[in-house]
Ligand binder design. Structure first.
Ligand code: KG4
Ligand code: ZN
Length: 332
């Protein structure tokens, strides 16, 4: 079965072809228009998706050596995300499926991230624990089997990626903040400044990152922006360490409680080198197998949507063409 997947929930316009669970192509066009505004501007995102979608889908089919007629179904993200952005990919996918007379299925973007480590080989099995960390979400999910999962906890305020982006903005490091802070932090001392870690009690699997963000704000208010490169590196490393401590601590505790063997980390922040190395050490220590996606599957991408679409259509799950885009779609 050959499935085209379309992703347009935020600022990546992406399309991919998955055949029998294998990725044949994954084309991602990251919109650069938002850089100068220090964050994603929703209306500009919608317009950029409109400009890019035809070319991106064409390129995905071309790279996969597939014709439209080879497709057995089309999957598109229908939420969560920016409503105007979602509508572009969703309507494009529906129209194409209707025109070709093939099944259509809507995919929850978070489900895409949840299964994104199954795109690589070797993949993990079931059950597994997933840590999803992106610009919009931070959640821990116990996945028992295909399409059967239990959300253990999520953020009560800022998402982890959002905290990176907001702190980078405070430090005038540009957008998106995660990659810049990650690379600055490599030269810094993570113990230079002690920022608060919010664990929300011993039992909770929820997250809160607004306190760390505010602590950085107060630090900059009281001490000014670091005047040396080393000072900036130390600040970035100390902030990053506070976020990583909380993410790693809760992930290991959740994996032990759920008695899983496999841990999957996904979403844009899973590209963070410190998060990866700390998780590797802790997983080794506690006997868990760690799965982190290659970069093109960490960020928002069509392949993860095509893959979930392939699983769904394979089980006979389809969506009506009346399926609406849902900005605040939950992962239930
Ligand atoms: O999954 P994603 O591409 O889009 C959303 O669904 O949000 O995640 C984007 C987020 C941004 O907040 C970005 O700053 C963060 O992922 N990010 C990183 C790194 N690379 C991207 N955060 C920390 N370290 C990184 N290396
Ligand atoms: Zn995402």
């Amino acid at each position: 079965m050959t499935i085209l997947g379309i992703e347009s929930s935020c600022d990546e316009t992406s399309a991919a072809v998955v055949k029998d669970g294998n990725v044949l192509s994954n084309v991602i066009s990251s919109q650069l228009v938002h850089k100068r505004y220090g964050g994603v501007v929703p209306e500009l995102a919608s317009r950029a998706h409109q400009r890019l979608i035809l070319e991106v889908v064409g390129e995905a089919l071309g790279q996969a050596n597939s014709a439209r007629e080879d497709l057995d179904g089309i999957a598109a993200t229908y939420g969560p995300g920016l409503i105007g952005a979602l509508l572009v990919g969703l309507n494009f996918g529906k129209a194409m499926a209707y025109g070709l007379g093939i099944p259509f299925v809507g995919v929850n973007h978070m489900e895409g991230h949840l299964y994104s480590n199954m795109l690589r080989q070797p993949a993990h099995g079931f059950p597994f624990l997933a840590l999803i960390v992106s610009g919009g979400h931070t959640m821990l999910v116990h996945v028992i089997e295909r399409f059967s999962h239990h959300v253990l906890g999520e953020t009560r305020d800022d998402a982890s990626g959002e905290a990176f982006d907001k702190v980078a903005k405070m430090l005038k490091l540009g957008y998106p903040g995660g990659p810049v802070i990650d690379s600055m932090a490599r030269k810094g001392n993570p113990e230079a400044i002690r920022f608060p870690r919010s664990f929300l009690g011993d039992e909770s699997f929820d997250f809160s990152f607004s306190g760390i963000k505010t602590a950085v704000l107060y630090h900059v208010r009281d001490h000014g922006l670091p005047s040396t490169e080393q000072g900036m590196a130390d600040l970035c490393a100390s902030f990053q360490e506070a976020i990583v401590d909380v993410l790693v601590g809760k992930t290991i505790r959740a994996a032990r409680q759920c008695r899983v063997e496999d841990i999957s980390v996904a979403g844009g922040v899973s590209a963070n080198s410190r998060l990866r190395s700390r998780l590797e050490v802790e997983c080794k220590k506690h006997g868990f197998r760690l799965f982190t996606p290659p970069l093109e599957y960490c960020m928002d991408n069509g392949a993860m949507i095509a893959y979930v679409g392939w699983m769904k259509l394979g089980q006979g799950i389809r969506s009506p063409l009346s399926l609406p885009a849902v900005a605040a779609l939950e992962l239930l």
